[in-house]
Design a protein around this ligand. Structure first.
Ligand SMILES: [Fe+2]
Length: 201
């Protein structure tokens, strides 16, 4: 997102891009999606990615935005236009001045050739686990509060539960991120809980 230019711009740290406020990023996402369910999915992946970025000591804001923006064009491309999926989002993001690391992460979730670093691999597993966690939260009266790793693992094994969730992608956390399944699910739950108020979970 481009920061509006003013006569005397605020001083910025050398060599660093202006941070995009998460509220501004979410407003941008809201403007691009049509369905509430898509927005909820975007924010859930935002939460998981932020927590993972923090775990790895990386820029959690960048990771959060990659999660938030990954399916930005979902309601535009639908289920049948997988070739254009993420490319439309990348176009929108570049127009808005979003940094290339994030654009690459967005492309990576749908197109393996962009999976070139830790973040662009993380988005694949984060996307999948967030789908599982949201489905699990929706069947609990307390939603995500008090959610346990063990119960999520049970849901993971139960193939009839949230059948759209790609279990193989969840399992990628181990080879691609060096996280055990327990660690990964634990971090993902914490990440979802942080964004829960925004999406009613
Ligand atoms: Fe997604």
């Amino acid at each position: 997102m481009s920061v509006p230019s003013t006569a005397s711009p605020a001083p910025r740290r050398q060599g660093r891009r202006p941070e995009i406020d998460i509220a501004e990023a979410r407003a941008f996402a809201r403007g691009k999606v049509r369905k509430e369910i898509t927005y909820r999915h975007l924010v859930s992946v935002e939460g998981v990615m932020r927590r993972l970025g923090r775990h790895f000591g990386e820029d959690e804001g960048v990771w959060a935005q990659t999660g938030l923006f990954h399916d930005l064009d979902q309601d535009e491309t639908g289920e049948d236009d997988l070739a254009r999926h993420a490319h439309i989002a990348a176009e929108w993001l570049r127009e808005a001045g979003v940094e290339e690391t994030i654009v690459n992460g967005v492309l990576a979730h749908a197109h393996p050739e962009y999976r070139t670093d830790r973040m662009s691999n993380a988005i694949v597993a984060a996307d999948a686990v967030a789908g599982l966690l949201v489905a699990a939260a929706l069947v609990r009266p307390e939603r995500s509060a008090g959610m346990k790793v063990s119960s999520v693992k049970k849901k993971l094994k139960e193939r009839s539960f949230a059948p759209g969730v790609n279990r193989d992608e969840v399992a990628l956390a181990e080879p691609n991120l060096g996280l055990s399944l327990d660690e990964f699910i634990g971090l993902a739950i914490e990440g979802l809980q942080e964004v829960a108020p925004e999406i009613g979970l």
